[in-house]
Write a protein that binds this ligand. Structure first.
Ligand code: TXA
Ligand code: MG
Length: 344
């Protein structure tokens, strides 16, 4: 694809300047691509009702066309035009968690282009809570289709610098509002099944959803066992975004459950420079190891995780060893991202 000049506009994360947001909205109205901050990660936005703009998102990311996009809206009343059916459970979840990091998959109306939904009869929708995202949606006066603003299968971006590293020259504009507060993607839940099915663990843990709508089904492979890496066919996957390999740094990453395993891995390839993501107290292992200590609390860890992986990716390490947090539900999203990042 021909290189674009990617413009970067700084914008206040709490009180975004009207003129700046208006310029970005204008790019969207003309069919352009704008990376913008949300409370989870940076999104790569296009006018969701403009087929060619949506196709340009897939091209810029190198995203498989069978992986549908999330449609972002400014208010619940905008949802009605996009959906065929709005179940009571969707309404209750929307009232509880929107604006916020929860994506609802419901049956779609014909107004939503096939390019957005990858030809499915469902659409994924959320209202983000970041003031810049809400201002952009308000100014653009249209739903915005936005995947995370990274090249397909690579690390998700939580800063404008992360976006530029992967997409500079491929998109029109980045709205730079500093780091994303949440740091990990939204939770995606499918409300077309009974019970509703969690498609992607995210910032809202399963228990908070159960308190609102009762039983939900977790994916069998959630978090997936590391041994299942060979099946790359996407047609049969309940959520095509749940590809085995995803969210991966450019250097090989291996996950370990236990300290003993970690030591074995560390000594196995002596002489290589190692990035070590750890939940235990950092030790000084000399200049062949860069230690990245993660907080022992899920939300704090989510906030830091991608930033730490981006830093290790650019630090010149040969490989990354990532300790996994406990096998408990509140850690589901962090474990999911690390295990998928380790897939070959
Ligand atoms: O936090 C987030 O959700 C961010 C911000 C920008 O909103 N967006 C994001 O988008 O993570 P993306 O494209 O990286 O991930 C969207 C996920 C994918 O797993 C995709 O397959 C799934 O949502 N998805 C989208 N539409 C779907 C549909 N109709 N049915 C099932 N899964 C769907
Ligand atoms: Mg993504």
């Amino acid at each position: 694809m021909a290189a674009l000049k990617t413009e970067v506009l700084k914008v206040d994360a709490v009180a975004p300047a009207f003129e700046t947001v208006e310029r970005a909205a204008d790019v969207l109205r003309r069919g352009g691509l704008v990376a913008f901050p949300t409370e989870t990660v940076y999104g790569l936005g296009a006018n969701a009702l403009d087929r060619s703009a949506v196709s340009a998102v897939f091209l810029a990311k190198g995203r498989p066309v069978n992986n549908p996009l999330i449609v972002h809206v400014a208010a619940v009343d905008q949802v009605k035009a996009l959906v065929h059916d709005w179940p009571a459970a969707a309404q209750r979840l929307a009232e509880t968690f929107w604006p916020g990091p929860l994506t609802l998959v419901v049956s779609r109306s014909s107004i939503v282009p096939d390019e957005v939904t990858a030809g499915r009869d469902t659409v994924a929708i959320r209202i983000p809570s970041h003031p810049v995202a809400l201002a952009l949606l308000g100014a653009a006066q249209t739903p915005i289709a936005a995947p995370s603003a990274n090249r397909s299968s690579r690390l998700s971006p939580t800063s404008a610098a992360h976006v530029l590293r992967q997409l500079e020259g491929r998109i029109d504009l980045v709205l730079d509002a500093g780091p994303c507060p949440g740091g990990l993607e939204s939770t995606v839940i499918d409300l077309t099944t009974n019970p509703p099915r969690l498609l992607r663990p995210g910032l809202i843990p399963p228990d908070r959803l159960r308190k609102v709508i009762g039983a939900i089904e977790l994916p069998e492979d959630c978090p997936p066992p590391a041994s299942n890496a060979s099946d790359k066919s996407s047609a049969a996957l309940p959520s095509p975004g749940m590809l085995p390999k995803h969210y991966a740094p450019l250097v090989p990453l291996e996950c370990v459950e236990k300290e003993a395993e970690r030591k074995v891995l560390y000594w196995r390839d002596r002489g290589q420079k190692v990035g070590w993501l750890t939940f235990s107290a950092p030790q000084d292992l000399g200049d062949m190891v860069i230690v990245s200590a993660m907080p022992g609390e899920p939300a704090a860890c989510a906030h830091r995780l991608y930033g730490a992986l981006h830093a290790l990716e650019t630090a010149g390490v040969d490989r990354i060893i990532a300790e996994l947090p406990p096998h408990r539900e509140e850690w589901l999203a962090v474990r999911d991202r690390l295990v998928r990042a380790s897939r070959k």
